[in-house]
Design a protein around this ligand. Sequence first.
Ligand code: IPD
Length: 268
Amino acid sequence: MKPSEQRRALDCAVKAARAAGKIMRANLSSSKTVSSSTQHDIKLELDVRCQKLIENSLRTPFPDVALLGEEGVAGEAGAAQRWVVDPIDGTVNFTYGIPHACVSIALQERSADPKSAGFKDGYETLAGVVYDPFCDELWTAIRGGSARLNGKVIHVSKRKKLDEAIVSIGFAKSYESLRSTLPYFNKLVHRVRKIRMMGAAALALTYVATGRFDAYIERGIRLWDIAAGGLIVECAGGEFWRESIPGEHAYRMIASNSLLRRALRVPV
Ligand code: IPD
């Protein structure tokens, strides 16, 4: 996709994220209709409504670009480009009225060399948008450019010492992820200044990009949680390490300011 098209795509994604964010803001304190739930996860009717809105806003101007979202897919599987969308990242926070949740939209392109592509099914992220409607914070990046927060260029932190670092950990939804993350947490908690578990992976990534967190770690995360935020971390000068694990679009990952990467290990 040409740079001018990428720019146009980013503008459309920003509009779509703001529109979905408006719905989130209007509904934060309302009681919400739960479509389904498990012990560690909730799906809302609003997740689907926000994804539909994003889908309409993006697929009308870009009909050939497919969409892979947490709430389903649209368009051709294997399309040259696709949107990767989490309409509400941090759904549990949002359901309980905790204003820490966001919209995450990435634009990805199928790589000419799928084996060396950043994601296991052969795609690379070209552009990313993460919008926190409660703080009105909008992060954007286009591959090869700067990462920005509300239009201003941002950088990862410069902290080199683990004992001064704030590291965020995500506890995913599965038994497997909890089983492997808890011992890791137990060790790390004594070595860093603070551990934070905020419940919205895309925001944790943008916090790394902004230098608020020094690293974010999760095992068992899904593509739509990390596609936009991962690029934003890279464009802010950080490192976004990920490896595919069994499960559809599932990864384990460490995002960091890159200086702390060696001191951190990901739960296996
Ligand atoms: C979840 C959140 C959470 C992370 C989970 C994600 P969702 O996304 O980002 O922080 O730990 O792995 O699945 O379900 O709220 O969109």
